[in-house]
Each structure stands twice: as structure tokens, then as C-alpha cells.
Ligand binder design. Structure first.
Ligand code: NDP
Length: 321
């Protein structure tokens, strides 16, 4: 039987942004509900070693970190619900959201922390070698390629920033791009071309990530020239796919302003969206930093912004009564 849940704060998404919002909101007595979505725990549940989340001197595992964050949110009073929201009505408060089983959520405030997904090439070897040479995050995994050869695939700001970042660890970085010019900002291109540790392979599309025979992990990428059709092979220890991300904002198209890449727009320096009472945090609104720790910080901001919003709304209701 579908039921109706009424809450002061509904949080969509259970990654670091959603769970940090929940921890702060629960401790403020808002009894938040977190709708976990299709990937409970978010992107960290599909990574392994994490050594850049502050507070842990030893390497920890992404899934374990998310279990701990979930347990912490529950301990302080968060309700976790397994559901997928299929409809959103933000035209009046309480906001009305509907789950795929028909449950209705009436929310005085809404925190959108639905995250983003890295785009993948979808070529052979990519999935099988994920975490064994293939990655979509140089900041997370670059450290493991100290002194090794790495390639970055893509031609936008992310790809160029990742290539530059990887030169902190590797003296042999190759950027592979499918065209003969980059889409990245000029200042980043200038830095890239000036860096002696980076070479660029133009007009090349990755056809396959190649696993080693008798050695574990990635040993190279098979390439096709997009102009001549010629095949080639580039040996490498690490392959970083940097062809963009897709923020999970499908539900909000036409309801909240999105930028040209589909990210939710917020007032800079806050979590406020265009609708009072609706807040956004984490990768769904951040295409620049995209770190667990920044997402967690933004979740905290959203909870504090929501708390302040409710306090003001309650004060006005009292004054007007
Ligand atoms: P972009 O969409 O800007 O670039 C994606 C790149 O990947 C393009 O060069 C594209 O090639 C290439 N690509 C896409 N699909 C494939 C494919 N199937 N095979 C091979 N190559 C492919 O994504 P970014 O993540 O770089 O940036 C997203 C947004 O975030 C942008 O607005 C960017 O400016 C912003 N950003 C800003 C930063 C900053 O300000 N510091 C840092 C990072 C991102 P092609 O060019 O041929 O289309």
C-alpha cells in the first residue's frame, strides 16, 4: 500500500552531499528523510581505495566510508528510504514528490543531492579494467601511477586539467583526443602545450583498453585515426577517461534552471536554487571540484540554508497569524 511521508526536509541522494545534509539536519531536529535512489551511497561505492578524505590516516575503502556515513546519519535521527522519485511538483510548499511505488513525499524543504555519473567510452576492456588501470578521476587515482606512463582521453577542461594534474606523478602523460583541436579554455591549453611531460595524440579514438597477458591490469590502448582510419597501439599503465559527466537532473528539467551542461544552478557561494525552499548540493551542481569532501561540505551548507529558511518561514507565519 503506498503511503504518504511528511517531512521538514526531504533529501534526494545518499552520497556524501545527501548524507552530510542529513547529519546536520537530523542534529538540528528536522527529522530528515533520505531517498537513497538507484545507487545508494553514490559514486564512492564503485571506487576502491580512498586516501584523500580527511580524518583517515590509512587508506580506506569507498563502500566502507559510505556505510559509515549512512550509519552516522541514521544514528542521529535520519530515516533512510529505498525509493526512486519519478515525479516532482515544486509549484507550492510543501513540495510533492512521488516514488515509483506510488509513495508520496510532502516536503517543507528539499535538498537535491542526486549527483552525477562519469561518461564512459563504452569500448571493450573499459569496464573489466575499471580500478585496474582504467579510471575517470585523476585526483582520486593519479597517485597510484607514480613514475608510470598514463593516458588521458578527452579534449575539454577536465581532460586538460587531469593531464596537467597527472604530471605531479608521472613524467610521461599522453592526451588522446578525437579531433585536431581542444575544447578546453585557452589558458589551460597554453599550460598543456608548454608542459614537456605531456604529448598530445590528435585525431585518435580509443577502440579498446588492452589487458596484459600474464600481468594484471592495463598495458595499453588500441587506437584508430579518425581521419585516416589507421590503427595504432599506445602502451600505458593508466587510462583516464575524461569525456564529461552527466548530472542526474532529468527530474528537474523545466522546473529548475539548469546550465548548458545540465547542472542545477545555485546562487554562487550558497546552496539556494531558484525556488525558495529547494537547495542543491554536491556533484549535481558542481562540475569543477567533484570531490567527496567538497560534496560533503556543500551538503552541510544545504542543511544550514534549509534550517535558516524554515526558521524565517515559521517566523513570518507567526507574525502574520
Ligand atoms: P566537455 O563536454 O567540455 O568535454 C568533453 C570532451 O570529451 C570533449 O573534448 C569531447 O570531444 C570529448 N568526448 C566526448 N565524448 C567522447 C567520446 N565518446 N570519445 C572521445 N572523446 C569524447 O566535458 P568536461 O568534463 O571537460 O567539462 C564539462 C564542463 O565543466 C564544461 O563546461 C567545462 O568548461 C567545465 N569545467 C570547468 C572547469 C574549470 O573551470 N576549472 C574544470 C572542469 C570542467 P569533442 O571536443 O570532439 O566534442
Amino acid at each position: 500500500m503506498p503511503s504518504t511521508h511528511h517531512t521538514k526536509m526531504l533529501i534526494l541522494g545518499s552520497g556524501p552531499a545527501g548524507l552530510s545534509a542529513a547529519i546536520y539536519a537530523a542534529r538540528a531536529g528536522m527529522m530528515p528523510i533520505v531517498v537513497q535512489g538507484l545507487q545508494p551511497g553514490g559514486q564512492l561505492t564503485i571506487t576502491t581505495d580512498v586516501e584523500n578524505y580527511p580524518g583517515f590516516a590509512d587508506v580506506i575503502q569507498g563502500p566502507w566510508l559510505m556505510e559509515q556515513m549512512t550509519a552516522q546519519a541514521v544514528h542521529v535521527g535520519t530515516s533512510m528510504i529505498w525509493d526512486t522519485i519519478v515525479d516532482v511538483d515544486l509549484s507550492e510548499r510543501p513540495f510533492r514528490l512521488t516514488g515509483d511505488g506510488g509513495d508520496v513525499y510532502l516536503a517543507e524543504t528539499l535538498v537535491i543531492a542526486t549527483g552525477a555519473q562519469a561518461k564512459w567510452l563504452g569500448v571493450p576492456g573499459e569496464q573489466e579494467l575499471g580500478g585496474k588501470g582504467v579510471s575517470a578521476c585523476a585526483t582520486c587515482d593519479g597517485f597510484f601511477y607514480r613514475g608510470k606512463k598514463v593516458v588521458v582521453i578527452g579534449g575539454g577542461n577536465t581532460a586538460v586539467e587531469e593531464a596537467l594534474y597527472l604530471t605531479n606523478h608521472s613524467d610521461d602523460v599522453t592526451l588522446i583526443h578525437r579531433r585536431d583541436s581542444l575544447r578546453a579554455e585557452k589558458i589551460l591549453q597554453d599550460r598543456l602545450f608548454a608542459n614537456p611531460k605531456i604529448k598530445v595524440l590528435w585525431n585518435k579514438q580509443v577502440e579498446r583498453f588492452v589487458a596484459g597477458e600474464g600481468v594484471s591490469g592495463l598495458v595499453g590502448v588500441d587506437l584508430i585515426d579518425t581521419v585516416t582510419g589507421a590503427a595504432s597501439h599506445e602502451p600505458t599503465d593508466g587510462g583516464f577517461v575524461a569525456i564529461g559527466h552527466s548530472p542526474s537532473t532529468e527530474l528537474f528539467k523545466g522546473k529548475l534552471p539548469l546550465d548548458e551542461d545540465g547542472y542545477l544552478q545555485v546562487t554562487p557561494g550558497t546552496s539556494l536554487t531558484a525556488i525558495p525552499g529547494v537547495f542543491a548540493a554536491g556533484d549535481v551542481t558542481d562540475k569543477i571540484y567533484r570531490q567527496a569532501v567538497t560534496a560533503a561540505g556543500m551538503g552541510c551548507m544545504a542543511a544550514l540554508d534549509a534550517e535558516r529558511f524554515l526558521a524565517e518561514a515559521e517566523y513570518h507565519a507567526l507574525v502574520e497569524a
